[in-house]
Ligand binder design. Structure first.
Ligand code: AHN
Ligand code: ZN
Length: 330
């Protein structure tokens, strides 16, 4: 072999070696430094003013108590919004019996984005209002229906703003928005009396072949100063999803609101979904050990759960975190 050929081959190997090393180190940095992902994945900016309007619109109908005209009117509004933003939207109507023997007409409201995608997740929240402010400090108010700005409308408002963002720029995965009815017509002495809409859906999926990688429930995601801890059933059924969402919160800049600390078990819409539908589903719920109202947010099931309780900062923290999860998902 000629000397010049040897030198050529040696330098070729040297270059190949160098390239393969530097390529490795590049892969390592991109794996360990998620911020770098931001340069090639566009994550929309959650508009908290828009989310706030979606919350207020619901509250302006009056308490969305099952059987009331406000309930009926708000159902129409929510379906219209999902029809505007999603590829398909529809009601899942059902009848069920409440703990007190009342027959209730329920409507779950469902919107699908990218309905043909096999890789999908769903976001859910309840949209009904509790008929009784029975945790109000003033017992004379216990039969007044709740505005349910935080306990109901906040989660739906955050999901509607995410839906609006997804109508502008499409994520890679499929996403379903599910607004459950009849969550809050329950008795404190019967755990199974809550979450009637989610219970119905979990046993009667809107499409018998429906499946999702995981689900995320939002409950009371709008109050000032809310912190989100890792709820018990979420950790039991979907610990990896909890960790995914909590680390996404850190990347989105809201790590101070999503605390890596496990707390108690809450009977909520995610429980029947985990138990009956077998889809790992977490609950992002505002719990507060300092609250004088059990472990729930201060105005839970009181007449003060109104628009004054709602903070755009909290809506933003939750909404931006979820957009990060959705747009990074494959
Ligand atoms: C129980 O009190 C057993 N579950 C409460 C779930 C709930 C009601 N979330 C909001 N309102
Ligand atoms: Zn409630």
């Amino acid at each position: 072999m000629k000397n010049s050929t040897k030198i050529f081959l040696l330098s070729l190997f040297a270059v190949m070696f160098f390239v393969s090393c530097s390529d490795n180190s590049r892969k390592k940095t991109s794996r360990n430094n998620p911020k770098e992902n931001k340069t090639h994945i566009m994550i929309p900016d959650f508009n908290a003013d828009s989310a706030y309007v979606f919350v207020k619109k619901q509250v302006d109908f009056g308490p969305r108590v099952p059987g009331s005209s406000a309930h009926e009117a708000c159902a129409g509004y929510l379906l219209d919004k999902l029809k505007e933003f999603a590829d398909t939207a529809f009601f899942q109507s059902f009848k069920t019996r409440a703990f007190d023997g009342t027959t209730l007409n329920g409507k779950n409201i469902i919107g699908s984005f990218n309905p043909k995608a096999r890789s999908r997740i769903f976001l859910c929240s309840h949209w009904d209002s509790r008929p009784w402010a029975d945790k109000d400090p003033d017992p004379s108010k216990h039969n007044i229906p709740v505005d349910a700005a935080n306990d109901g409308a906040s989660g739906v408002g955050v999901i509607l703003e995410i839906a609006r963002q997804m109508s502008i720029s499409k994520p890679e995965i499929g996403v379903d928005a599910i607004f459950f009815d009849l969550e809050d017509y329950g008795s404190y002495s019967d755990n199974d009396s809550w979450a009637l809409g989610a219970r119905y859906w979990s046993k009667n999926l809107h499409d018998p072949d429906y499946n999702a990688k995981y689900g995320i429930l939002l409950d009371m995601v709008g109050a000032k100063g809310a912190k989100f801890y890792m709820e018990g059933y979420s950790m039991m059924y979907a610990a990896d999803v909890v960790k995914k969402v909590w680390t996404a919160a850190g990347r989105a800049g809201y790590g101070q609101d999503f605390i890596f600390e496990k707390v108690g078990y809450i009977d909520d819409d995610h429980l029947p979904v985990n138990e009956n539908a077998g889809i790992p589903t977490i609950d992002i719920i505002h719990l507060d050990n300092e609250s004088s109202n059990g472990s729930f947010f201060e105005y839970w099931h009181t007449t003060k759960d109104n628009m004054d309780a709602i903070s755009k900062e909290t809506l933003k923290a939750v909404g931006q975190t979820l957009l990060t999860v959705i747009y990074e998902e494959k």
